[in-house]
Design a protein around this ligand. Structure first.
Ligand code: ATP
Length: 217
């Protein structure tokens, strides 16, 4: 099952853009939306859109397209954004603080219920309403909170040691924002988020654009 979902990763990455668009269509009062309209709006091929949406098992109606309400429900359900996922965040620094304040997560069902840090000035405080605990209390706090997901925003050198604790306390998935390649059991889900990789692509596109404009001037 996990492997099947990984095979569909590029389609899954496009689903939030579809969801955003379809929610907007709903706010505008539309009842149906066609794959072609979605494709036009997002600069994609209609066949790609239909293939992507088919992973949610939604069926369109000939001539009408997809029911907007059903499509929202199907995407949310496929992504499990229609259920609450309780999570903890480890490392309430600059990036951690930004994630704690990111309002969009509420639409994804992601609820960060506690943060952990080593800094005595942060321990005992609240950041965007989320209480910050000492990282030394991870083993006591996590099992009492029914949490299976952790967002990891500690410095990279601290990531593996924290991961070992997270494995011990029954965390099943880590959204890893550090540069560290985590060593985990096969049963654990790890998604590594590298903000620099998107920026790298951006930089190369900017360079190419500049070269084009020099050569045409
Ligand atoms: P700040 O300037 O607030 O420290 P930062 O994002 O620049 O933020 P980093 O060095 O990246 O700082 O650390 C991120 C956060 O992780 C900080 O709040 C830091 O106190 C915390 N931290 C560092 N080591 C650990 C650890 N072993 N366990 C938990 N938190 C840690």
């Amino acid at each position: 099952m996990v492997k099947q979902k990984i095979a569909a990763a590029p389609s899954i990455r496009r689903l939030p853009a579809y969801l955003h668009l379809v929610r907007q269509a709903q706010r505008e009062g539309l009842q149906y939306i066609s794959g072609t309209a979605i494709a036009q709006e997002l600069n994609l091929e209609p066949i790609q859109v239909r293939k992507d949406l088919s992973i949610t098992h939604i069926m369109g109606k000939p001539k009408k397209g997809y029911s907007v309400a059903s499509l929202i429900g199907a995407i949310e359900h496929f992504l499990s954004w229609d259920t609450t996922r309780r999570a903890v965040l480890i490392g309430a620094g600059n990036l951690g603080t930004a994630l704690l304040g990111y309002q969009e997560f509420q639409y994804h069902g992601l609820q960060v219920v506690a943060a952990f840090d080593v800094n005595p000035e942060k321990i005992g405080s609240r950041i965007h309403q989320v209480p910050v605990f000492s990282v030394e209390t991870l083993e006591q706090e996590i099992p009492t909170r029914g949490v299976k997901t952790a967002l990891l925003t500690v410095p990279s050198h601290a990531a593996q040691a924290i991961t070992e604790i997270l494995i011990r306390v029954g965390i099943e998935g880590i959204w890893n924002f550090t540069k560290a390649k985590l060593r985990v059991p096969d049963t654990m889900v790890v998604q590594k988020e590298d903000l620099s990789s998107g920026y790298a692509l951006f930089c190369v596109m900017m360079q190419a654009r500049q070269l084009e404009s020099y050569s045409s001037s």
